[in-house]
Write a protein that binds this ligand. Structure first.
Ligand SMILES: C[S@@+](CC[C@H](N)C(=O)[O-])C[C@H]1O[C@@H](n2cnc3c(N)ncnc32)[C@H](O)[C@@H]1O
Length: 454
């Protein structure tokens, strides 16, 4: 690989004799991986058998295609192994309040959601208007139940959530040196100046992010770059300017090594952070640090969020009928509508002021005249083992389903909505009329599965 000259000079100086191995790793194939979704059952062994990632039991080495059943149903999320170290380090507890500040396309968010197991609160934010759509699609596909998706800049979030979260993740926009092997285009905008620009932006983001950590809470900072300016030096800056924060040790296995104090101000505390180098471990490269805030008193919160409109009596009845007859249970307590859309929203949030809410919670469905149409997001967040009305479809029928076609059954079940499953995985809600299954697979997500992909 033709690495930039300034990059070579810089890392020769920093790494000394180890530089040769580091540079050689750029000429070896990039490593792919995926995480399985712990909310899914009966996953095939060809997904669960491949080598696991040393620090993440849900992570495996290998590739799962984007046009496969396991991907579409949210049974897996493709993520290169070193990126999994971030979620594994954050490891929130069920019930925690978690913020993912720089979240699109959603790799770390879906990982954090696996730890939360549908409990607590996951506020997942993306500043970019186009990228927040992709984030929402991935959150939906992975069946995340307790997420509020925001599209805001960090400085507009910090006054809303002062001292609020148990865990804040800053997976910072960075110079992306750890992406060079996988995506050589990332080299085209790299320069020594670009590294400095990224560091400036990271300090701005961190200034706001630190305000949202509750006393005794943690902030996990990560980048996919090797640049000390964005890694050790960023942590040295935090330790110097925020005396109520300190670094906590991170367990390092599988070739993950200590960060390098000598690449910043020499503070030995910096060793507690972690470096993932492609020549030392199976992955592309990351930096991860865990900061903890001292115990203390939290600032009071202001107001209560208004995430939508209460349901009318008719709407409540339509939903309850659906929940009782099709789902067989009603796990959702806080329900609101936004126009004709029904959402289950997180409770007890502070006043979101003028924040741009992209999704107030889990999309349950749409009210249409005198009927209720369940949402795709609800289907993928449902456990087929707990749903009353399920209909198992074949791989061929699944192929027609994701292509947007109706298909025919051999015998006619009772008319109504069914959670369709294929190989035990939820794939959407279909409406059965006679022997026909009407297609409600979202138009924007439809795709073609070719013969050689079956
Ligand atoms: C490294 S990516 C996040 C990857 C994501 N965490 C994942 O695992 O899929 C960084 C994100 O930060 C966003 N970003 C860029 N500038 C930002 C800023 N000033 N404040 C907050 N986020 C920003 C980018 O749009 C990008 O989506």
């Amino acid at each position: 690989m033709n690495l930039p000259d300034d990059f070579i000079t810089k890392y020769q100086r920093l790494l000394g004799p180890a530089a040769a191995e580091f540079f050689a790793s750029f000429d070896t194939p990039s490593l792919s991986g995926y995480r399985v979704n712990p909310a899914h059952h009966d996953l095939p062994t060809d997904l669960t058998a491949p080598e696991t990632v040393p620090y993440e039991p849900l992570g495996h080495l290998g590739t799962v295609g984007g046009r496969t059943l396991m991907h579409q149903s949210g049974a897996v999320y493709s993520q290169e192994p070193s990126a999994m170290f971030v979620g594994a380090t954050a490891a929130p507890q069920p019930g925690d309040k978690v913020l993912d500040l720089c979240a699109a396309p959603g790799g770390k968010t879906t990982h954090l959601a696996s730890y939360l197991q549908g409990t607590g609160l996951l506020v997942t934010n993306e500043i970019n208007r186009k990228r927040v759509k992709v984030l929402a699609e991935n959150v939906e596909r992975f069946g995340v139940r307790s997420a509020l998706i925001l599209n805001e800049s960090p400085d507009r979030l910090s006054p809303v959530f002062p001292d609020y979260f148990d865990k804040v993740l800053v997976d910072a926009p960075c110079s992306g040196e750890g992406m060079f092997r996988k995506d050589p285009d990332a080299m085209s905008y790299w320069s020594l100046d670009y590294v400095q620009e990224c560091a400036t932006r990271q300090r701005e983001i961190m200034t706001e992010a630190l305000k949202m950590v509750k006393p005794g809470g943690q902030l996990i900072y990560s980048t996919c770059t090797f640049a000390p300016e964005e890694d050790e030096q960023m942590m040295a800056w935090v330790l110097e300017n925020y005396p109520d924060f300190h670094l906590t040790p991170i367990t390092k296995v599988g070739g993950v090594v200590d960060a390098r104090p000598e690449w910043a101000d020499g503070n030995p505390e910096l060793k507690k952070a972690a470096r993932l180098f492609p020549h030392l471990m199976k992955g592309e490269g990351h930096f991860v640090a865990k900061l903890e805030r001292d115990a203390g008193e939290a600032a009071p919160l202001h107001g209560v969020a208004k995430l939508g409109t209460p349901l009318t009596g008719d709407q409540r009845k339509l939903w309850q009928d659906f929940a009782q007859h099709v789902l067989g249970s009603n796990d959702f307590t806080d329900l609101v509508t936004v126009k004709d859309q029904l959402f289950a929203v997180p409770a007890g949030l502070p006043n979101l002021k003028k924040c741009h809410v992209f999704r107030p919670g889990l999309h349950l469905g749409t009210f249409k005249k005198n009927r209720f149409e369940p949402a795709y997001a609800l289907a993928l967040a449902s456990d087929p083992q707990r749903v009353t009305q399920t209909l198992a479809i074949t791989a061929e029928q699944w192929r027609a389903w994701v292509h947007g076609e109706t298909f025919t059954l051999a015998t006619a079940p009772q008319k109504g909505w069914y959670l369709l499953t294929c190989a035990s995985q939820p794939v959407g809600f279909g409406k059965v009329v006679g022997t026909t299954v009407k297609n409600f697979f979202p138009k924007g997500l439809r795709f073609t599965v070719y013969d050689n992909e079956m």
